[in-house]
Design a binder for this molecule. Structure first.
Ligand SMILES: Cc1cc2nc3c(=O)[nH]c(=O)nc-3n(C[C@H](O)[C@H](O)[C@H](O)COP(=O)(O)OP(=O)(O)OC[C@H]3O[C@@H](n4cnc5c(N)ncnc54)[C@H](O)[C@@H]3O)c2cc1C
Length: 425
């Protein structure tokens, strides 16, 4: 059944009623207090942007999320806008938003970047570039999170200038031999697969000589080393390839078209048009949590604080409308360069939230007084800057908007037209 067929058959109202019944039968509602969703002081309070968990706890969190996604998959709620052939419902973004609004009122496992990457970046990239066999093999498994796939893009010498990457892929008969290093690979220690972008032709200009692969993250010739962060967590890894062999069937997209594949994945990463609500709805630190904290700290009569709170509310609301508009423009695919606007608004919103919450909490942010819902905000304040870098830094998003949306003159590019092997590095 096509998306149109399914849409004509299930109205938002019918769908909402069905999903509400399913959630009531399958999840525990958050406790209500004065009409607000969660009661202040009860249960877990998480506003973390990144997790600072011991390995086993992080694995447990991932397992809980996976088991919730798999449960939802029995009714296609894990992939509402995806076609039925991949286990989805073939419905619209409006249906997906309606479901998210309902789910917010239930106690469900938190989020983890490896899961969002697998479902939100990897499955759609395979859909665009995969062979029929790859689509059947990977898309349902990634959407159900049966298998986890992460992003093997950045290298010590290639971040913002990703197209300059040096990890080599050399064809040997029906196989490819991979040699080189990736870094900042989020969640590699929990993953089964990685989307690898590697240099397959050193004689071509840098954007033309890359090829993409979906590679297993185990086997002879691959070493994964975790990177401990100052915030206590271990989100990242270094991944080393040493004569690591993969069959040509692991290639994603045509040989030499790796840059297109990478840009498509990054487009999905920057695209916030699928966000269901305003503001930082994908990670901790929502408007609701800011407001609840302000109420609990007794600052809502302070005219300055009221103004600051309104700034957060307005930012989140405008962001939500911007995302909705981007979703309409994208018509189900990834947002184009306009997606950079959504990413910038998201990271600016997180920064604003961090600033306002720091003003509300003062010293309670840095000294653990044991008071519920206060010190935890430190995980937001310390984590938010990370997303100003991940998926392309703010500066790079502004370059994209300037050049590709506003049509401003491009940056000077000294390596234009030069074979990758001849670019000074
Ligand atoms: C939380 C997080 C998760 C990540 N997860 C992954 C992952 O899973 N997989 C992966 O492959 N990578 C991942 N990364 C890496 C990320 O993609 C890179 O850090 C990012 O692209 C920036 O590259 P860099 O760190 O090498 O910084 P650089 O490129 O060295 O940039 C340093 C500074 O220079 C500025 N700059 C660089 N070039 C320009 C320019 N042309 N114009 C203006 N300013 C410029 C940048 O904005 C930045 O402020 C992650 C990073 C973070 C923070």
């Amino acid at each position: 059944m096509s998306a149109t067929d399914a849409t004509t058959q299930v109205s938002i109202e019918e769908f909402t009623n069905e999903a509400a019944t399913w959630l009531a039968d399958n999840a525990v509602p958050k406790t209500a207090n004065d009409g607000r969703v969660a009661a202040w002081g009860e249960g877990e309070f998480s506003v973390a942007v990144f997790h600072a968990l011991e390995h086993d706890h992080e694995q447990k969190l991932i397992d809980e999320i996976r088991s919730w996604v798999q449960r939802k998959s029995q009714c296609g709620y894990h992939a509402i806008t995806w076609p039925e052939e991949y286990g989805g419902r073939g419905l619209t973004n409006a249906h997906a938003r309606a479901y998210s609004r309902l789910e917010r009122d239930y106690e469900i496992p938190g989020r983890h970047e490896a899961i969002s990457v697998t479902m939100g970046l990897m499955a759609p990239t395979v859909r665009v570039f995969g062979t029929d066999e790859q689509k059947q093999r990977f898309i349902p498994a990634f959407l159900r999170t049966d298998e986890v796939c992460v992003q093997l893009f950045s290298e010590p010498g290639a971040g913002s200038d990703l197209a300059g990457l040096a990890c080599r892929a050399v064809r040997d008969g029906d196989e490819w031999v991979i040699n080189g290093q990736k870094v900042w690979t989020s969640g590699a220690q929990f993953a089964d697969w990685g989307e690898l972008i590697a240099r397959s032709d050193v004689d071509a200009v840098k954007h033309k000589g890359m090829t993409a692969f979906i590679v297993p993250l185990q086997g002879d010739g691959i070493v994964i080393r975790q990177i401990k962060q100052m915030s206590g967590g271990v989100s990242f890894n270094e991944v080393f390839f040493n004569d690591f062999r993969v069959p040509d069937s692991a290639r994603l997209g045509p040989q030499g078209e790796g840059w297109k594949v990478a840009l498509t994945t990054l487009g999905f990463e920057r695209d916030h048009s699928k966000d269901s609500g305003g503001g930082a709805s994908r990670v901790g630190g929502s408007w609701k949590q800011v407001l609840e904290t302000a109420i609990a700290m007794g600052v809502t009569d302070d005219p300055i604080m009221r103004q600051r709170l309104m700034q957060v509310y307005i930012h989140n609301t405008v962001e939500a409308y911007t995302n909705r508009r981007a979703a309409d423009l994208a018509k189900g695919g990834a947002a184009g360069p306009e997606g950079s606007l959504g990413k910038l608004m998201w990271t600016e919103g997180m920064t604003l939230t961090s600033d306002v919450i720091s003003q509300i909490l003062g010293p309670k942010l840095i000294a653990d007084t044991g008071e519920w819902g206060t010190w935890e905000w430190g995980e937001h304040v310390l984590g938010a800057p990370g997303y100003r870098i991940a998926g392309g830094s703010d500066e790079i998003q502004r370059n994209i908007l300037g050049e590709r949306v506003l049509g401003l003159p491009g940056e000077p590019r000294v390596d234009k037209g030069v074979a990758w092997k001849d670019v000074p590095r």
